[in-house]
Design a protein around this ligand. Structure first.
Ligand SMILES: *Cc1c(COP(=O)(O)O)cnc(C)c1O
Length: 418
């Protein structure tokens, strides 16, 4: 044991990095083997805001550049955040990553680092409501303007590019209509024009690896599938060593200066949950696939990426890492807001799951996106996109007997007056 620790934790993990070549995100993650300070099977939690130096000149050096294995102050980096960040980088196949206190913190930090006053962002028109509000209402205060386009139409994106454009921003799978971004094509457009492609992969961890398809920066809300227990908000930015390093520059880094640091105790719990993500994603996908097929068989308009009726089923199939299915999100159209509300209330009564926003929980969660998670988008724009009031978004849980759950849903559907 002693010999192992004399190598030093940092050099040990970086050596592991070099050997990680697997095409499979779960394999890349699994091979990142950590040891605690006393040989524990989980890394030790370093519960400190500040760190000691044995000599003063080393501290001075640390302000100028990062020194491997050295820590300065917890907002800059702390060991537990480093472990979780390295694990997420391994999963996404990027050189580096940095965890943040929420998904929104990851998005705002990354974009504030990439863009300055006068710059422009091209963004999918149907992104997460918080992202939409950030880009539409908040960033213009700092002179950063966003053009919202139909991300499934490459011509519209090309037309929106001008000399001020810095970033193309999209979600792998959009919320709630489950539109797919053609990441390889977007990367090609971005790079031909000297732009950065930023992809929010919150809906499709393990399923899709955007960086391996050409994205420059991959964002996650860890709050959803990755943590999976709906007990914390957290986020991550995955990208090149240079970009992640720039975030923590003590003079110019958005992460260092805006301070979206995650607490190290939380990092520890998220890392443990991340270890079972591949198993959970398979079960979410299997259950969602069963429900989607069952809804479709009943003649209910159903949006699910695994259904052949989804207009981008084939595109998504091409982007997928094999073996994880088509994800856990199913959307059904109940026609009216009243029917949607009645169904959701009945499903909570029948213990199908919870009437709650968010996703990726071990139990099923359902909400009406038009009046909740996408309510930041003006009604006229929502309707134009097909985001109607009767939609029910279902984040399918890890239920052991999904056939039984569908019988409960059937009883709820029968009770709803359409
Ligand atoms: C939830 C979510 C976010 C925001 O993440 P928080 O952790 O809630 O800050 C961003 N993007 C997508 C796609 C999300 O679902």
């Amino acid at each position: 044991m002693l010999a192992l620790f004399s190598v030093g934790k940092e050099s040990f993990t970086s050596k592991q990095h070099m050997t990680m070549q697997s095409q499979d995100p779960a394999m890349r993650l699994q091979d990142l083997q950590y040891f605690g300070e006393f040989g524990g099977v989980n890394p030790s939690i370093e519960d400190s805001a500040t760190y000691t130096f044995l000599n003063a000149s080393k501290m001075e050096e640390m302000f100028e550049q990062e020194l491997a294995g050295c820590y300065l102050y917890s907002r800059h980096w702390n060991p537990m955040n480093r472990y979780l960040s390295d694990a997420l980088a391994a999963m996404e196949g990027t050189e580096a990553a940095q965890v943040t206190a929420s998904g929104m913190a990851a998005i705002s930090t990354a974009l504030m680092q990439l863009c300055s006053h006068g710059d422009e962002i091209i963004c999918g028109r149907m992104v997460y409501g918080g992202t939409y509000a950030l880009l539409k209402n908040f960033l213009p205060r700092f002179g950063i303007i966003t053009r919202f386009v139909d991300i499934t139409n490459p011509d519209k994106i090309r037309q929106a590019i001008n000399p001020r454009t810095k970033v193309i921003y999209c979600e792998t799978v959009s919320n709630p209509l489950l539109e797919v971004a053609d990441i390889p094509t977007l990367a090609q457009i971005a790079h031909a024009n000297g732009l950065q492609l930023v992809v929010d992969n919150t809906f499709a961890p393990m399923l899709v690896s955007p960086a391996r398809l050409g994205a420059d920066i991959v964002i996650h809300s860890l709050t959803k599938y990755i943590n999976g227990t709906s007990d914390t908000v957290a986020g991550a930015i995955c990208g090149s060593k240079a970009f992640i390093g720039s975030l923590t520059d003590v003079n110019f880094g958005a992460s260092m200066l805006l301070g979206p640091v995650m607490d190290s105790l939380r990092s520890a719990s998220v890392l443990k949950n991340l270890r079972s993500l591949h198993v959970r994603m398979k079960q979410h996908s299997a259950n969602a696939s069963y429900l989607a097929q069952s809804f479709a068989n009943m003649g209910i308009r159903t949006i699910y990426l695994g259904l052949h009726t989804h207009p981008q089923h084939q595109l998504f199939t091409r982007l997928l890492n094999p073996g994880y299915g088509y994800g856990g999100m199913v959307v059904i159209d109940m026609g009216t807001k009243q029917a949607a509300y009645e169904l959701m209330e009945a499903m909570q009564e029948e213990k199908v799951g919870y009437l709650a926003v968010s996703l990726g929980f071990f139990r099923t969660l359902f909400s009406s996106p038009g009046s909740s998670t996408s309510s930041e988008i003006p009604e006229a724009e929502r309707l134009q996109m097909g985001l109607t009031d009767g939609l029910v978004r279902i984040s399918v849980g890890l239920d052991n007997d999904i056939e039984d759950i569908f019988q409960r849903i059937t009883r709820c559907l029968e009770a709803v007056v359409i």
